[in-house]
Ligand binder design. Structure first.
Ligand code: F6P
Length: 363
């Protein structure tokens, strides 16, 4: 018998389709066990605000499985381990608020936390767990770059959105005999670009795992316009793609954060310069995170939420639920945050891309 009476759930980092489905599964599974559930607003921020700890029951999570975003809100700023504090003179210093978070959670008579998040949020969860807070993590990111789980929810929905966009680019590219360059998300791992690029029949796919040579890319494009008879080309670029000598491209947000972005424009300009072909570029951006989850991600998210409650019931704290097909099991949080899961260069999808004649920028 577990001593659990009340648990908390929160969502941290960038959103991903399926967050609401996890929340619903957590609430319904916990209610079956007679537990109460509260949601922390905006990751951990709710703990520090009046009304930021919200009771969640069956009614509160009705009809949300198919909805994008998160009913709890999220943030990828204000890490409690590195909390920005502005001094009277305007200078910003950073303090570790993790013990405060643990104390506040205890003050709310919460016996365990289910933390839904990506690498950053799970690192916070791991730190809180080391301070003694009973935590179970749920892996979330459209980038699919979390180690220790075969898949994260939100990824296949993002791939569908990107594949659909690549499909639509074909007709306009062909009509204008242009090369269209589309930049997709996926910071240091090219999962979305590779999967959407192959499924969407791109001609070139550039991912961070394979440094590209622009000469090789242009040769492929000339081949397309030449002997292959097609008068257009589609180039998919992951936001973290780079050359062997070059580094990743960053831009500054209007709040002073550094985010990847801009490589699509660079590649597009280089192609135009070297081939003389007309090019256009677009950044698909946050569309990849938007909208509701597809059926696969809904199911995975519901499975993760239900499994997280089982792990709490079994007292398996300091773990993260993970997909190890066909099962969902628990892995240590420490293992989950130990490394980023990049695309293996000998993976079947890479081999498939090469067999189909898709240029990956290296040969
Ligand atoms: O982690 C998912 C991700 O979508 C990255 O691929 C991207 O670089 C980042 O989030 C963008 O985050 P923001 O919400 O800060 O723009």
């Amino acid at each position: 018998m577990s001593n659990i009476r009340r648990i908390a759930v929160n969502t941290g980092g960038g959103d991903a389709p399926g967050l609401n489905a996890v929340i619903r599964a957590v609430v319904l599974s916990a209610e079956q066990l007679g537990w109460k559930v509260v949601g922390l607003k905006d990751s951990y921020d709710g703990l520090f605000e009046e009304g930021g700890v919200i009771p969640l029951d069956r009614r509160a999570v009705r009809g949300i499985t198919h909805l994008g975003g998160t009913i709890l809100g999220t943030t990828n700023r204000g890490n409690p381990l590195n909390w920005p504090v502005e001094g009277p003179d305007g200078t910003v210093t950073y303090e570790d608020r993790s013990q405060q978070v643990v104390d506040l959670i205890e003050k709310h008579e919460v016996d365990a936390l289910i933390a839904i998040g990506g690498d950053g949020s799970l690192a916070i969860a791991h730190a809180l767990s080391k301070l003694g807070l009973p935590v179970v993590g749920v892996p979330k990111t459209i980038d699919n770059d979390l180690a220790a789980t075969n898949l994260t929810f939100g990824f296949t929905t993002a791939v569908e959105t990107a594949t659909d966009a690549i499909g639509k680019l074909h007709s306009t590219a062909e009509a204008h005999e242009r090369t269209m360059v589309v930049e997709l998300m996926g910071r240091t791992a090219g999962w979305i670009a590779l999967h959407a690029g192959v499924a969407g029949t791109a001609d070139v796919i550039l991912i961070p795992e394979i440094p590209y040579d622009i000469g090789v890319v242009c040769r492929k494009i000339e081949e397309r316009y030449g002997s292959h008879g097609s008068q257009f080309a589609i180039v998919v670029v992951a936001e973290g793609a780079h050359t062997a000598e070059g580094s990743m491209r960053y831009r500054e947000t209007n709040e002073g954060q550094h985010r990847l972005g801009g490589i699509g424009k660079v590649v597009s300009e280089q192609i135009h310069e070297l081939t003389g072909r007309e090019t256009r570029e677009l950044v698909l951006g946050h569309l990849q995170r938007g909208g509701g989850p597809n059926a696969y991600d809904r199911l995975l998210a519901l499975r993760f939420g239900a499994a997280a409650v089982r792990m709490v019931q079994q007292g398996r704290f300091g773990t993260m639920v993970a997909l190890d097909p066909p099962d969902v099991l628990a892995v240590p949080l420490a293992e989950a945050i130990s490394r980023i899961k990049t695309v293996p260069l000998d993976s079947d999808t890479i081999q498939t891309a090469r067999s189909l004649g898709i240029c990956l920028g290296d040969r």
